[in-house]
Design a protein around this ligand. Structure first.
Ligand code: PA5
Length: 475
C-alpha cells in the first residue's frame, strides 16, 4: 500500500509551523520582548551545540531512521493480537508510560476505550502510570485476564512501581488462568543486557522488545516503548516515524532561523535568562492535551539540574506547566495575563480538526446567546486561541505558536521529534547533562530502604531517624 508520506504534496501540506512573532519587542514591547540581535548572538553557540550533538551520536536522533527490523516485528505482533484480545495494558511509569498516553490521546478517538465501534477490532489501552491502590485494583477488577496482554516497560528493569504492577498482575494471571498461560499474557520491553526484567523475561520466555541503550526513558516514545502500544491500537507507526524523519531532516541545518527546534529552544533559553522561568504549553485541541504532559516530563527531568558539565552548582531549569485551551482560559488565563512576567507560553493549534460541529441558531430573541448560532465549535476554539494570543501579546506576555495542519501520525512524529531536539539543544545552552536525572535517586533510595531492599540499610536508618515533626504545625 502506498503511504501518504511518499506524496511530496501531502508532506508539504502536513508540515508543522512555528510562529515566534510574539516573542519579540515589536510585538510585546521593549521591556519584556527579545530582540533578533539577541538571537543572532547565540548562533555561534548553537552551531557548536549542533556539532556536539552530532558527535555525541545521540540515540533519539537515530530512531526515525534505524528501526526497520523492530518496526516489522512490532507490526507482526500487532497483527497477531488484533481481534484476539480486548485489553492491552502498559505497566510502566514516567518515560515508560507518558509517550504511550500522548500518542493514544492524539491519534485515537477520545472515547476509544468506551465503545467497540470506535476501535475497529483493536483492543482497549490502559496505562495506569501510577501505583495508586484504588485505581490499580479497579483496573484489575475490570479486566478479563483471558483477553488481556500486559506490556511491562522499564528501561532500568527494576523500577519499584513497574515491578510491583508486574508482580501483582503476574500473580493474578497465574491464579486465574494457570501458570502455563503466564507467558501468553506478558511482553517485556526493557534493556537487552541489564536489569532484572530481562532476567525474568528470559526465565519466563516472555516475548521481548529492547530499548536502545543510548535512548533515555523520556526520549523513548519512538522506540518499542511507545511504538508497540500505538501499533497494537491501530496507529500507523510508519507514518509516525516518517514524520519524525522529516523533522529530523528539516533540523539538519545549524542555522537557527531555519531550524524550528533550535529557534524555539533559543527563544525559550533567552526568555529564561530574562526571568521567564515558567514555560507553559497550552494546546487548543484535546488530542494534544497529553503531549503537554509528556513534554512536561521531558522538559523538567532533562533541564532541571543542580550542576553544569564542569560540576559548578547552577540549579537551573525552566518549570514546565501544562494548560489546555479553552478550559484553562477559565482557570489559568487570569494569572498569565496579569500575574508576574515570569512565563512564556507555547500554544499548540490545529488547523483542521477533521470534524466540524455546527452551533444551531436558537433563541434568536436573546442577543447574548443568539450570536453563537450559525458558527461552529471549530470557529469558537480557534477564535478563542487567537483572542487569547492577542490579549497576552498586548499585555507584553511572550508567546509562540506551533501549528499542526491536522493531528495525524505524520504531524505527531514531527512534533515529538522537534520537542526532543529542542530539549537537547537547551541542555547544551545551559551546559548541563540533559540525559540524566540524579535528583530523583534519593527519594527512590529511601523507599527501597523502607521496603527492605538489600543495600539500602543506611537510607532506611536515615529515614527512620528523620527529625520528629512539630505537632503544632499540623493543624
Ligand atoms: O526519563 C526517564 O529516564 C525516567 O522518567 C524513566 O522513564 C522513569 O523513571 C521510569 O524508568 P524505567 O523505564 O527504568 O522504569
Amino acid at each position: 500500500m502506498t503511504k501518504r508520506f511518499n506524496d511530496q504534496d501531502w508532506v508539504n501540506e502536513m508540515r508543522i509551523r512555528l510562529d515566534v512573532n510574539n516573542m519579540f519587542t515589536d510585538k510585546v514591547g521593549e521591556e519584556q520582548g527579545l530582540t533578533r540581535e539577541e538571537v543572532d548572538k547565540l548562533q555561534q553557540r548553537v552551531s557548536q551545540a549542533h556539532k556536539n550533538m552530532e558527535e555525541a551520536d545521540l540515540g533519539f536522533m537515530k530512531l526515525p531512521f534505524e528501526q526497520a527490523e523492530v518496526v516489522k516485528e512490532i507490526k507482526e505482533l500487532a497483527g497477531e493480537l488484533a481481534g484476539k484480545i480486548e485489553n492491552f495494558v502498559v505497566l510502566g511509569i514516567g518515560g515508560s508510560a507518558l509517550g504511550n498516553i500522548a500518542l493514544q490521546t492524539a491519534l485515537n478517538d477520545p472515547y476509544y476505550n468506551y465503545a467497540e465501534e470506535m476501535r475497529d477490532g483493536y483492543p482497549r489501552l490502559f496505562v495506569p502510570d501510577n501505583v495508586d491502590p484504588v485505581r490499580f485494583q479497579s483496573l484489575l477488577d475490570l479486566l478479563d485476564l483471558e483477553k488481556t496482554v500486559f506490556n511491562v516497560i522499564t528501561k532500568s528493569g527494576g523500577t519499584a512501581e513497574t515491578m510491583s504492577q508486574f508482580l501483582i498482575t503476574r500473580q493474578a494471571v497465574a491464579r486465574e488462568l494457570g501458570e502455563d498461560k503466564v507467558a501468553d499474557h506478558f511482553i517485556a520491553t526493557t534493556s537487552k543486557d541489564s536489569g532484572y526484567l530481562i532476567e525474568i523475561a528470559r526465565r519466563e520466555r516472555f516475548k521481548t522488545f529492547y530499548i536502545p541503550e543510548d535512548v533515555g526513558g523520556r526520549f523513548s516514545v519512538l522506540t518499542p516503548v511507545g511504538l508497540l502500544s500505538a501499533a497494537v491500537c491501530g496507529i500507523d507507526i510508519d507514518e509516525l516515524l516518517a514524520g519524525a524523519a522529516s523533522m529530523a531532516e528539516r533540523c539538519r541545518t545549524e542555522d537557527l532561523w531555519q531550524n524550528p527546534a533550535y529557534l524555539n529552544g533559543v527563544l525559550q533559553y533567552l526568555a529564561y535568562q530574562k526571568g521567564k522561568t515558567l514555560s507553559v504549553m497550552m494546546p487548543y485541541a484535546h488530542a494534544l492535551k497529553d503531549v503537554a504532559d509528556w513534554y512536561r516530563q521531558l522538559w523538567a527531568e532533562s533541564l532541571g539540574k543542580e550542576v553544569d558539565r564542569e560540576g559548578n552548582i547552577v540549579n537551573v531549569g525552566p518549570t514546565p506547566i501544562k494548560a489546555l485551551g479553552t478550559t484553562d482560559q477559565h482557570s489559568q488565563a487570569q494569572l498569565y495575563m496579569e500575574g508576574p512576567f515570569d512565563k512564556v507560553i507555547t500554544f499548540l493549534e490545529v488547523e483542521n480538526y477533521g470534524v466540524e460541529v455546527k452551533i444551531p441558531k436558537l433563541y434568536e430573541d436573546i442577543e447574548g446567546v443568539s450570536y453563537l448560532g450559525g458558527h461552529t465549535l471549530n470557529e469558537l476554539i480557534q477564535t478563542e486561541k487567537n483572542a487569547t494570543e492577542l490579549a497576552l501579546t498586548k499585555r507584553g506576555r511572550l508567546n509562540a505558536t506551533i501549528t499542526l495542519p491536522e493531528v495525524n501520525e505524520f504531524t505527531m512524529g514531527q512534533l515529538l521529534y522537534m520537542l526532543e531536539l529542542q530539549t537537547a539543544l537547551v541542555g547544551e545552552l545551559f551546559n548541563i547533562n540533559a540525559f540524566n536525572q540524579p535528583g530523583v535517586e534519593l527519594g527512590k533510595h529511601y523507599t527501597y530502604g523502607v521496603l527492605g531492599r538489600k543495600g539500602y540499610a543506611d537510607k532506611r536508618e536515615e529515614y527512620f531517624s528523620r527529625p520528629e515533626k512539630d505537632q503544632n504545625l499540623i493543624i
